[in-house]
Design a protein around this ligand. Sequence first.
Ligand code: MGD
Ligand code: MGD
Ligand code: SF4
Ligand code: MO
Length: 718
Amino acid sequence: MTGQSVSARVVNSVCPYCGVGCALSWVVDTANNRIVEARGRDGAANLGRLCVKGRYGFDYTTHAHRLARPLIRREQSYPKGALSWDDNGPHRPGGPVDPQTVLPHFREATWDEALERVGENLAGIREREGGDALAGFGSAKGSNEEAYLFQKLIRAGFGTNNVDHCTRLCHASSVAALLEGIGSGGVTNIVRDIARADVALITGCNPTENHPVAATFMKEAAANGTELLVVNTRRPAIADHAAMYLEIRPGSDVSFYNAMMHVIIREGLIDADFIATRTENFDALKATVADYPPESVAEFCGVEAGRITEAALRFGRAGAAMVFWGMGISQHTHGTDNARCLIALAMITGNTGRPGTGMHPLRGQNNVQGASDAGLIPMVFPDYQKVDDPDVRARFEALWGRPLSPTPGRTVTEITEGALEGAIRGMYILGENPFVSDPDVEKVRKALARLEFLVVQDIFLTETAEFADVILPGSAFAEKTGTVTNTDRRVQLGRQALRPPGEARQDWHIICQIAQRVGYPMEYADVAAVFDEFAGCTDSYASLNHTVLGDHGRWYPCPDPEHSEGEPIVFKDTFPRGRALLVPARQSPPVEATDAEYPLVLNTGRVLEHWHTGTMTRRSQVLHGLSPEGFVEIHPDDAAGHGIADGDWVEVASRRGSIRIRAQVRDRIARGSVFVPMHYREACANVLTHPAVDPDGKIPAFKYCAVRISRLAAKKSA
Ligand SMILES: Nc1nc2c(c(=O)[nH]1)N[C@H]1C(S)=C(S)[C@@H](COP(=O)(O)OP(=O)(O)OC[C@H]3O[C@@H](n4cnc5c(=O)[nH]c(N)nc54)[C@H](O)[C@@H]3O)O[C@H]1N2
Ligand SMILES: Nc1nc2c(c(=O)[nH]1)N[C@H]1C(S)=C(S)[C@@H](COP(=O)(O)OP(=O)(O)OC[C@H]3O[C@@H](n4cnc5c(=O)[nH]c(N)nc54)[C@H](O)[C@@H]3O)O[C@H]1N2
Ligand code: SF4
Ligand SMILES: [Mo]
């Protein structure tokens, strides 16, 4: 930190939005406790660059809607979930929740009273029904230290492994496939390594909008000769820089990559040495992909056989090839199979462990890699150590001083299911907004409403907080010191720039206070001490601490942080599981086929300016101004077939519900599908989505369900 003038100072931190993890400095008007400017810093992931969110999206921190005092629900005030979902359905006012509609149903409370209420209720349920009647959703928007404390509280304090977070909705299937295939879920090569790749396959992701600074490195690589093969169902802007853009049919990925592997094997473009020394099960893979010649999948994938073959030849002939993937791969009921195919593609061509090669599932939230590493996952303790391994458990029991459950806990969607059935009675939700972000929100509404006790800790009064019995005001990222781990495995230290508003408290501090009230005191001198305890129970972070991370951070693994930046490329000689397991996958049908009644496939996702459920970005003046309302994107041919013109108000309906929204007629989207961004509560994509999950990753199929669309006679009705 360097002083600027009497009332302004510059604080080095990290952008609070996406997994790229851009290092930045905030210029703080200390007299008014506000950030006035964000500047890109020379970080390993951004080299000084920022996107529009990092540069302008900081003013949510001082928005008037910030929660500043603990709130307690007034008894019987209104039926839970009724405020944002009345008899007219989910056609709610635009913009973020107006606290004035909700606040009359709550009263302000002191911290003591609120914490007492939380402790009594959660401990009461634990005593009466057992720990497994409780569950927690932790946050990938907070720090590693907070994630570590949260899962420690749930496991040792509540007595259950029912702890999960948004990774379940995100890359759970990719991680399942990577753990099975190589024994580690982290990326093998950092984004910027694309500069050294001859070819990069970029599939099921939209980096220009969702990983914008990473996308700048991809574009630079393309300009310097890296061939981009972009595969998607809706043309992403990065396709403008691609050697080939391959528009495939939604959900046809397994067939597509199997056909690529078919060609690579047929043409002798495999790396036989690598297959022999670094992998196992090649024969089974070969037998499976033999059934997928390009000619036989072309129609299903919607891509000519010759183009599939060309893509395969380009990938197979590359000296160094990289694979980047996102939610278009992971968020399917066959998401794990999709990722298995991409892993196999990289393996049979020997593309790992060298510059410009490897696998990079682009991580989403600023700290989803770290939150997973810290153990916000129901089956594993920190560093992916299994809860059902007796030796591992004995070590954590010694460290945490409590007997721990040997049973893997429930995942996000299983917790919702459990609440619906009455098996989960109490919940602690910190920094997640499942009433907007989980699939089939009508189901989520019933589940949350059935809970006997819910405590929500957030920075805003979210849709989910409307179900809470107690709401606790936490701290925004700019108000805390703590580490986050980006998509490249870079661990970086964020530093506190602002004071939390009113009586709001540090999130890590609140977690410890709840622990105290449920009879499991957790005391730490400061956040750095929490980091040390966390790092001490992992291999990946063991050598790191706040001091050594300093302003620039390190990639893990980093055996010698005094002399090294850490490893930008891993698994040069071997994989954590030894040899990589090649797991063949066959194409499976979609979760909900289209038919005459619901003829279109719904694709959901993001826009550049907004963040998930919009709590932060819709309260940021610049970002809201750039992207004020939701839309459904539809191909001109489909629009014509439905009598829809650009800008018309339409209704989009699935078997779960319907939304009203304005149409954007664009030819970037594949015929037969429509796209709705997930950010706008008044036109909430998850009213429509299907709650079915992938059997291995337990991830919902956010990228596929059947919908119909119809033009609304007049402008949107009230
Ligand atoms: N602006 C912004 N940036 C974000 C976020 C945000 O909310 N806003 N969220 C962050 C988070 S948590 C995440 S996980 C990442 C997500 O980053 P992405 O993975 O880029 O996210 P999506 O917008 O969901 O885009 C998925 C892409 O998959 C495509 N797709 C859909 N179906 C299929 C299919 O069947 N096959 C293939 N091959 N492609 C398909 C879609 O058209 C879309 O381009 O973004 C992060 N960055
Ligand atoms: N239809 C559809 N649905 C999807 C997806 C999709 O592609 N399509 N993508 C899925 C994916 S990949 C993801 S990651 C999830 C994201 O789902 P969520 O994690 O539920 O979404 P966010 O809006 O990021 O929620 C973060 C919450 O944390 C709060 N918050 C932010 N910072 C802090 C902090 O420092 N402290 C505290 N206490 N609170 C804080 C915010 O106000 C917000 O309420 O959505 C999933 N849902
Ligand atoms: S690319 Fe991601 S981390 Fe970088 S400034 Fe934009 S939102 Fe922030
Ligand atoms: Mo995500």
